[in-house]
Design a protein around this ligand. Sequence first.
Ligand SMILES: Cc1cc2nc3c(=O)[nH]c(=O)nc-3n(C[C@H](O)[C@H](O)[C@H](O)COP(=O)(O)OP(=O)(O)OC[C@H]3O[C@@H](n4cnc5c(N)ncnc54)[C@H](O)[C@@H]3O)c2cc1C
Length: 701
Amino acid sequence: MRIVVAGAGIGGLSAAVALERDGHEVVVVERAPQLTEVGAAIVLGPHAMRVLDHLGVAPCLRERNTPPQSSTYYDMVDGEARVHTELGEVGHALYGATLYSAHRRDVIDCLAGQLQRTQIRLNSTVADVEQNDRAATLVLEGGERITGDIVVAADGIRSTLRARLFGETPATFTGFLAWRTVLPIEKLGHALPPATKLWIGAGRHVVHYPIRHGTQFYAAFYVPADEIHREDWSTSGDVEGLRASFADACPEVRALTQAVDEAFITGIYYRDPLPTWSHGRVVLVGDAAHPVLPTSGSGAAVAIEDAVALTRCLTRFPSDHAAAFVDFQRRRQPRTTRLLISSRADLATYHEENPVKIAARAPMNRAVMRLDPTGFHRLGWLYAHDEVAESAKDSDTFSRTNLAPPERPAARRAFDLWANALKPEDSLDGWVSERAAFKRFEQANFPVPEGVLVEPIDCDGVPAWRVSPPGASRGRTVLHLHGGAFIFGSGEGEIALAARIAAQLDAVAIVPQFRCMPEHAPGAMLEDVRKVHDWSRARAQVALLSASASGANIALRLVQTLRDEGAALPGDLVLLSPFLRFDMRSPSIEANAPSEAWLSPRRLLQATAAYLQDHEPDDPRVAALAGNLHGLPPIHIYAALGEALADDARLCAEQVKAAGGTARLTLVAESVHVYPMFPWLEETHAFLADLAAMASVRQAG
Ligand SMILES: Cc1cc2nc3c(=O)[nH]c(=O)nc-3n(C[C@H](O)[C@H](O)[C@H](O)COP(=O)(O)OP(=O)(O)OC[C@H]3O[C@@H](n4cnc5c(N)ncnc54)[C@H](O)[C@@H]3O)c2cc1C
């Protein structure tokens, strides 16, 4: 095929290298007078380096650079380390390739150096495209026309071709600008170890690392747009303005601003995901298709991934470019959309100005550092991705994701609900927007059964709901503690579950809305639950304490406290998919990842860090299983065999029995997290029948 590529940036040149290797005749059209990029460096993650290795480009980059050994986030003002990621050899072992940082010019040179037959047309600005059922023709400014079988539009975030094909829509300005520079290391006055540093603070962040074997350094300073008073951002700004923006920063950042004597300014933009990436014989790649924010550190990486993906699709459909383009978009859109959204969420987190969220972030980040010292749980999805292997899969194999949902249609329905409980875009305002989205998920899917009376009550200052199934006796109470990974859940969302449980015991349920994490200290949950328990206990016997997921840990902590004080204990404890282990080391987290639709390792890390904060995972003040389990009421545990928390359920049963207590464990095959939330499942019916039997034994006794 003869393929015309518009744009000789990293995306266009990568596409050219991949297409040429596959035997296509390639012409690259670039408006710049020369192939170069000034004043900036770039991080090429393991996912990019793996593809560059496949394309034969990586050795050239390795020759010019020393890989960073780590990447660390620091607080902008106090300079303290917040989150650390291991790179270098550790990263290689985790992700199968090593992350490099490089001068953009070197990346361009190494890519171009790999081209043998491709023609690169500089000083050629694309103005338009024309196509018919046999060919596509780029029309250059000045009227020259270049024709190919297909056109690959790699002309960046302000793509002319996208505008021509889909209409002109402006990119969204984030309100931030970046001062970027690459300078000789001598300007800094000292050598730099091979490591990447990021400082984050209210409304600004800084990225800094050495390149070219430490002979030069890169620095990028992101600031609010109104801190730069210029009409034209493209040229070097007055660095006094830069220094003023970081006058309150920690000494290392201030020293860095002093070392900078020139920097050029870039506006930071993104676009919402495009619904369609191709039109006729023209296909968009890289920033033209999916421009992400620099906070992802991966815009170029995914443009490089696109190159190999598109080339393989064209090989798979050699005489049907339309099918190849559809396949290409289907394969690449989910990943790039996720990256776009996470890069926006990261920008909001980096620049957070809300004091409540800033205060909550520090202890949570310290926990993340302890629980995920290499960074694998956070970055595995991005860095471990192997586009060379993915794009080699045929369409059918590719369609089968790594997820292994239950085969039973009823359980599959519950699995799909969990899988879609939160969408990537729900994370745009961190846990605040995720919590709101989770509430919408609960309201939409777990309506209160008909005939159940729900009354908001105040239990000594803690809000709760009194849930009365038809004909329930007020002499008996079920206290139900909701789950939601310590961060998201709400009492309201589990009213339906609590009503069904209470109905089996002919009791009224009390469902507290306790304070959640991370904006509160871990002890707040227990404090609130204790108040609601005492309020309930003063009015009726607490026949049963039921809890789902993270609520189970609070339930156990509550009965431990009551036992220690010699207070009356609830009759029985029912724990649904209990979340009880906080060291992120349960084998079922990784082993069951394919059959777990909700609690991915990443979400478990987020939840655990939000809860633990500055506590250790085995601190008995927060982790019930680390405390004394002797003398507790009988415990009935229900979980799915294939869920991430299956080992927590097993461990709980073992430890309670080892402490001389009674624990009954029911693990259901082919089911989902907290399955009793889904009334249509047969295992939910069995669970409710169990409760009814338990209640009648109690009543008979
Ligand atoms: C501040 C900042 C830091 C970043 N850091 C990283 C990082 O560390 N790691 C990472 O992976 N990504 C990073 N990115 C993202 C990355 O730079 C882009 O995603 C990547 O460059 C996209 O490559 P591209 O080839 O699609 O587009 P571009 O790099 O924009 O290339 C487009 C090319 O097309 C040419 N062109 C445009 N219009 C025409 C026309 N009409 N006719 C002919 N030629 C045309 C342009 O001159 C250019 O050469 C960063 C981005 C920014 C803004």
